[in-house]
Design a protein around this ligand. Structure first.
Ligand code: AMP
Ligand code: MG
Length: 338
């Protein structure tokens, strides 16, 4: 079965073509990072205009690389929520066009779930229920997933997402946008002394013992105070401590989510998982606590991409989910389609 996946929820325009939900026949991504760089964040109007400009090109390149025609497609999966409404509409409209001409069934999917489905492209078949840890530019949350198509929130962020915190802290330190790769690189230059004390206070110190919640706006303020008070601190040292403090909250929340749900299997996904320090730390944490943890090895599968949309679409299509022109997009999370 051959499926096409369209992703346009935020700042990547992507089309992927996937066979049987597991094999990538082609994957094209146009990233808008350079367009948003001057603003140090995603500007919705610029994002939707750029999707409109690029989506046909990305589609034709992807079709060409896969060497298939539209009549070979069994379904078209498309991100329908959550995301920027104007951007989601561009992808949705492309899916509708393919459907209108070729009668290809449409499978509208949830962006967050598609991140978790990405692992199937690395040969990992999910076993349900599983916990899903999502750390990206727009989300920091842990979900309990009984199966694809359903997702229960265990804990969410009260303010900034982790990727957003990376981007903002990078701004404070004069590092480029997006902040994640720049901070990771700086942090890797720093070798801490043995038993070195944390420079930043722990996050959400006073949260109830069984509550799962993220909050990253405090660490951004703490970094701002720290560098104002101690401007002599080397940037790599500040980056190292920022990562440490932020990742400690991720680990603490995972531990609590396991205790609350009894689920010992975790899929980790999202743009921040491109961070190898985080990935190493999570793997160690899982080993120590006898948990199963899966995270994409390939950076391209951490980023927003059409292949993960096609993969989730395969799963849902087989379960009988599909629609015609009548689906809608939504800025907030909707399970599958209306
Ligand atoms: P996404 O929202 O999934 O497209 O991911 C984009 C977010 O991931 C941005 O906020 C980036 O700063 C962040 N990011 C990308 N690479 C890294 C990295 N190596 N370490 C930490 N964050 C990262
Ligand atoms: Mg993105």
């Amino acid at each position: 079965m051959i499926g096409l996946g369209i992703e346009s929820s935020c700042d990547e325009t992507s089309v992927g073509i996937v066979k049987d939900g597991t094999e990538i026949l082609s994957l094209k991504i146009f990233t808008q990072i350079d367009l948003h760089k001057p603003f140090r964040g995603v500007v919705p109007e610029i994002a939707s205009r750029s999707h409109l400009e690029k989506i046909n090109l990305v589609l034709s390149e992807s079709m060409e690389e896969a060497g298939i025609g539209f009549e070979d497609l069994d379904y078209v999966a498309v991100t329908r929520s959550p995301g920027l409404t104007g951007s989601l509409m561009i992808g949705a409209q492309l899916a509708r066009c393919i459907h209108a001409v070729f009668r290809t069934p449409i499978v509208p999917v949830c962006h967050l779930q598609s991140h978790f489905a990405a692992l199937q492209l690395e040969g990992v078949q999910p076993i349900f229920p599983t916990l899903g840890l999502l750390l990206s530019g727009g989300n920091s949350a842990i979900y309990r997933i009984p199966e694809f198509g359903r997702m229960e929130t265990v804990g969410d962020t009260m303010d900034d997402a982790l990727g957003e915190a990376f981007d903002k802290v990078a701004g404070l330190l004069g590092l480029p946008y997006p902040g994640g790769p720049a901070i990771e690189e700086e942090a890797s230059k720093y070798v801490p002394e043995e038993g070195e004390k944390d420079l930043l206070p722990p996050l959400l110190r006073n949260l109830e013992q069984d509550r799962v919640a993220f909050s990253f706006s405090g660490v951004k303020t703490a970094v701002a105070h720290l560098i104002a008070k101690r401007p002599e601190l080397p940037v790599p040292k500040v980056c190292y401590h920022f990562q440490n403090t932020a990742f400690e909250l991720v680990e603490r929340n995972l531990k609590r989510a396991v205790a609350v749900t009894g689920c010992r299997r975790i899929i980790a996904a999202g743009g921040v998982l491109a961070n190898s320090t985080l990935k190493k730390r999570l793997r160690k944490f899982a080993e120590k606590n006898y948990l199963e943890l899966f995270a994409p090895d390939k950076k391209i599968l951490c980023t927003d991409n059409g292949a993960m949309v096609a993969t989730l679409g395969y799963y849902l299509f087989q379960k009988g989910y599909s629609t015609g022109l009548e689906f809608t997009v939504s800025p907030v999370r909707q399970e599958t389609y209306v």
